[in-house]
Design a protein around this ligand. Structure first.
Ligand SMILES: Cc1cc2nc3c(=O)[nH]c(=O)nc-3n(C[C@H](O)[C@H](O)[C@H](O)COP(=O)(O)O)c2cc1C
Length: 393
């Protein structure tokens, strides 16, 4: 088994330091202040890492030949993916728990409400649809109703309940008689509506397209061009309201089945910010001047199956772009920061942010008012003909 250090280095795409170093003699040439026993242990460890890296260079090309061999490689030789594997499984287990007893949200209800909306708005609409999941949706709605009593204390949000209620209500209004649907319709209608006082009806609707959007293409392009990754900030606090407003825009982003499997964890306490900011690798030399830092967390509990495990990265990144533009539009600047999967850093972040096993850091975002004297990178962008291909061009 490769040592964790060897595996994580391979995973981050870097050449393991040990792979570059030749086997080291136990007694160093230079005199050292370290006790002899420790020097021996370190030298053996270095030698072990070097051997593991050499073995890895032989094994990896073999393992890459098939999924089965790759699985053997990651099961018995490299620990590089163990955290990912555990997080995905922990997410699946948590999904089951949250489905049975929704706290804060019911992912199943969100997903199925979204699917019902697609059925309602489809053209032409079928007389009867959603037969394979309408039963579990009504069950999930009933469980969410029960949790509503704990609202604010971990229960499903009122808006989520209202959305589910209104869509289910519309579904049962428009769906023709069917032996599978009829008892569910009866059961749903017997339930009390706990969110009747919330105004409006949260169902598919026609947007008002009579007015052009207030943001022109030129405005948007200007904002996109003005935004650059900023690493030098004025030392003044960022009002929470502006950050919240940026998160509200981020929350409007598309996400697969509208599950929104992410959280923005904001740090603005001057004592905490530098501690959080030095967790990732890519902030050396400028992390000490961040007025605030956001850690974007993906939650694998949003998925019942491994097949969806990449969506935390996709959905969170789309939301981050909304956040970044909304911050920029309020005079703030940002710098996205990579979160590499490295053992010791993963342990630190899990401890500091009290992450649960299915929660993965996606990226960090430094936020603040830009220092007008600070330089930004030119960051040349690829031209249109390089970025775009129509059809099979
Ligand atoms: C996912 C991601 C990770 C990044 N990680 C870092 C980082 O660790 N350190 C850093 O200084 N910049 C980081 N950046 C900023 C990029 O270097 C920057 O976006 C890129 O060079 C283009 O420059 P621009 O943002 O000014 O257009 C990251 C950006 C993204 C999107």
């Amino acid at each position: 088994m490769a040592s964790p250090k060897t595996s994580t280095a391979a995973y981050s795409g870097k050449t393991p330091a040990a792979a570059e170093a030749p086997p080291v003699a136990i007694a160093p040439a230079r005199p050292s202040k370290l006790p002899f026993a420790r020097r021996v242990v370190e030298a053996i460890a270095r030698r072990f890492r070097w051997l593991a890296a050499r073995l890895d260079r032989r094994l990896a090309p073999l393992a890459a030949r098939s999924g089965f061999l790759a699985s053997l490689y990651y099961a018995f030789f490299s620990k590089a993916l163990w955290r990912e594997h555990r997080a995905v499984l922990a997410g699946r287990m948590r999904y089951e728990i949250d489905t049975a007893n929704p706290r804060e949200t019911s992912t199943m209800l969100r997903r199925n409400t979204h699917r019902l909306e697609k059925g309602i708005l489809s053209r032409p609409r079928r007389d009867v649809f959603a037969l394979d999941y309408i039963g579990e949706t009504v069950d999930a709605y009933q469980r969410a109703l029960k949790s509503a009593g704990q609202c604010g204390d971990g229960g499903c949000s009122q808006d989520e309940l209202k959305w589910a209620h209104d869509v289910l209500n519309r579904y049962f209004e428009i769906t023709a008689k069917h032996p599978k649907v009829d008892p569910l319709r009866k059961r749903f209608r017997a339930l009390t509506d706990p969110v009747a006082e919330i105004q409006g009806t949260f169902v598919p609707y026609q947007r008002d397209l009579s007015r052009a959007p207030s943001v022109s293409y030129d405005d948007l392009f200007e904002l996109a061009r003005r935004r650059r990754s900023v690493r030098w900030f004025l030392q003044k606090p960022v009002p929470r309201e502006t950050i919240d407003r940026a998160i509200i825009v981020a929350g409007q982003s598309p996400s697969a089945c509208n599950r929104q499997p992410f959280q923005f964890r904001v740090f603005d306490d001057p004592e905490l910010v530098p501690k959080v900011a030095e967790l990732p690798l890519g902030t050396r030399g400028f992390s000490q001047n961040f007025p605030a830092i956001v850690v974007v967390i993906g939650r694998l509990r949003s998925y019942f199956s491994e097949r969806d495990r990449h969506l935390i990265y996709i959905d969170a990144s789309l939301a981050v772009m909304g956040f970044v533009y909304a911050a920029e539009s309020q005079g703030l600047s940002t710098c996205c920061i990579n979160w590499p999967d490295i053992d010791e850093r993963e342990q630190k972040i899990a401890e500091m942010l009290k992450l649960e096993p299915d929660e993965r850091a996606i990226m960090f975002i430094a936020v603040g008012y830009p220092d007008p004297e600070g330089l930004v990178a030119y960051s040349g962008k690829k031209p249109l003909p390089v970025l775009r291909r129509y059809n099979f061009e």
